[in-house]
Design a protein around this ligand. Structure first.
Ligand code: GRF
Length: 191
């Protein structure tokens, strides 16, 4: 199956997926990286992994509809069948959803519906939560609201720091995301 990954930042989840494909733990081809930030480190990772990229600057388009139309064109050119958002810092709009709803998933660093949106880790710490975790869910028009596929709980220690919690969450994400993508693709999602 051809999958496209969308990312805006460092791309450690992108990297984990690349490595899972390489190790043949994930039977997929990453046909495209879509990135809305020309300075993102994920682009360096894609270059090293020889994965094609579509990089765009939202402000150069008149509307979300216009840049999403471009994205759809690129996805179709590459025959993308499934989309994994991995730190894509933007709401997916109707243009993309019309083409791919049910075939787009996202990973979020909290136990949704708790702490949606930006800086979920900071939100969990500020709330003195005892537990946080990772959620993988289907994407709908809302912010981190679509049907949940899987969640993994992570204990927040009394002396937890932002760095230590982030490390725990990322370690979990990097194992969980490739495994769940493999499950979704073999169960026939995306066709
Ligand atoms: C991850 O924590 C993911 O859950 C969230 O954004 C972060 C992306 O990190 N949606 P990276 O760019 O994959 O390192």
């Amino acid at each position: 199956k051809n999958i496209a990954i969308f990312a805006s930042g460092s791309g450690s989840n992108f990297q984990a997926i690349v490595e899972a494909v390489r190790a043949e733990e994930l039977a997929a081809k990453i046909c495209l990286l879509v990135c809305d930030n020309p300075k993102a480190y994920v682009l360096e990772r894609a270059r090293k992994a020889r994965i094609p990229t579509f990089v765009f600057q939202p402000r150069e388009y008149a509307s979300k509809e216009e840049f999403e139309q471009q994205i759809v064109t690129q996805l179709k050119e590459r025959n993308a069948e499934f989309i994994a958002l991995a730190g894509y810092m933007r709401l997916v709009g109707p243009t993309l959803l019309r083409e791919y709803e049910g075939r787009i998933v996202n990973i979020h660093p909290s136990l949704l519906p708790e702490f949606p949106g930006k800086d979920a880790i900071g939100q969990a710490l500020a709330a003195n939560a005892k537990w946080s975790g990772v959620t993988i869910h289907f994407v709908d028009q809302g912010m981190d609201t679509g049907p949940i596929i899987v969640q993994e709980r992570i204990r927040i220690a009394d002396d937890e720091t932002r760095e230590s919690l982030q490390r725990k969450i990322q370690d979990t994400e990097h194992k969980l995301y490739p495994a769940i993508l493999q499950m979704l693709l073999t169960r026939g999602e995306g066709k």
